[in-house]
Design a binder for this molecule. Structure first.
Ligand code: ACM
Length: 265
C-alpha cells in the first residue's frame, strides 16, 4: 500500500490568523501528498499573555478559519491534513489538532499533557488517544507536542492501531526530535513531527522554536529531518502496512512480549 506523507514547517506570526493561513496555503500549493502534518497552534502562534488574547484567537472546530481553509484544501488537493489550533468549545478553550479529510470529515484531538503556561490558558484535553481514518483508510493517531515525554501517549495510539502518529508541535526544549525515534521504534509506527521555527515575542516574554521537523519510520530511522530555520514542505512515500509488523526478532514481538501484570499504571 503506497501512501505519500508530508510535513510542513514554517514561522507563524503571533495572532495573525489570516496571514498565517495564507502562508500555509501557499506552502502547500505544490505539495502532492495523501497526508500532511502542520504545527501546533499553527494559525495563531503560541506565546500568549492573557485570557483575552486566547479568547480572540480561539476557533470553532467545524467552521472556524482553520477548518474552513483546510476543508477547502483537502478537497482541492485530495489530501488529508493534521493541523494544530485553539479549539473553542462550550466549556472552554483547548489546545487541539484536527484531521481534515477530502471527504469533508473532521476529527479532533485535544492535548492531554499541557506544557508550562499552556496550563493557564487551555483546558486539559479529555478526548483520549483515538485512531481516525485519513484518506484511503490510513489509520492516524494524533498527539500534540509535550505529549511526547509521556511514552504512554504514543503507546496508547499504537495499541489502538495507529499506523502513523501525526504530531503537531511548537517545540522549545531540545529533546523531542531524538526521543521520537525511540517512540517510533518501541511502537513500530511511523511518526510525523511538524514543528514551527523562529522567535516569538509578546511583551517581555520570548520563546525560540527549534524546527527540525521530521518523518521517522517504524524502525526509528529518520526518513527526513528539516533544519532549524527552513520554511518548507517535504513529502515521501511509505507503506503504512509496515506498521502492522510488530516483530523485532523471530522470538520477540513489541506487543505480545509485554508483561502487563508486572507494570505499574
Ligand atoms: C509544547 O508542548 N508546546 C512544548
Amino acid at each position: 500500500m503506497e501512501c505519500k506523507i508530508g510535513v510542513c514547517q514554517f514561522k507563524p506570526e503571533l495572532m495573525q490568523i489570516e496571514k498565517n493561513l495564507a502562508k500555509m496555503e501557499s506552502l502547500l500549493e505544490s505539495a502532492s501528498a495523501d497526508l500532511i502534518v502542520l504545527p501546533e497552534l499553527a494559525a495563531s502562534g503560541y506565546l500568549f499573555n492573557s485570557e483575552e488574547e486566547v479568547q480572540n484567537i480561539a476557533e470553532d472546530p467545524n467552521d472556524g478559519p482553520t477548518a474552513t481553509l483546510f476543508k477547502r484544501l483537502a478537497k482541492q488537493h485530495n489530501t488529508s491534513y493534521v493541523i494544530g489550533f485553539a479549539e473553542k468549545a462550550e466549556n472552554g478553550i483547548y489546545n487541539s489538532s484536527m484531521l481534515v479529510n477530502p471527504d469533508n470529515s473532521i476529527h479532533i484531538y485535544s492535548k492531554i499533557h499541557l506544557f508550562f503556561e499552556e496550563k493557564k490558558w487551555f483546558k486539559v484535553g479529555d478526548t483520549g488517544f483515538k485512531i481516525f481514518n485519513a484518506k484511503n483508510g490510513v489509520k492516524v493517531g494524533m498527539m500534540i507536542c509535550f505529549d511526547w515525554i509521556f511514552p504512554e501517549s504514543a503507546r496508547s495510539l499504537a495499541l489502538a492501531g495507529a499506523q502513523i502518529i501525526a504530531h503537531p508541535t511548537n517545540l522549545v526544549l531540545p529533546w523531542c526530535q531524538q526521543a521520537m525515534l525511540t517512540r517510533s521504534l518501541e511502537n513500530g509506527v511511523f511518526a510525523i513531527t511538524s514543528n514551527r521555527i523562529g522567535k516569538e515575542k509578546n511583551g517581555n516574554n520570548v520563546l525560540n522554536f527549534t524546527g527540525m521537523s521530521q518523518i521517522v519510520d517504524t524502525k526509528g530511522q529518520i526518513i527526513h529531518r528539516m533544519d532549524k530555520n527552513e520554511e518548507s514542505v517535504f513529502v515521501t512515500e511509505i507503506d503504512p502496512l509496515e506498521s502492522e509488523d510488530k516483530d523485532i526478532t523471530e522470538f520477540n514481538n513489541l506487543f505480545l512480549d509485554r508483561r502487563k501484570e508486572l507494570y505499574r499504571s
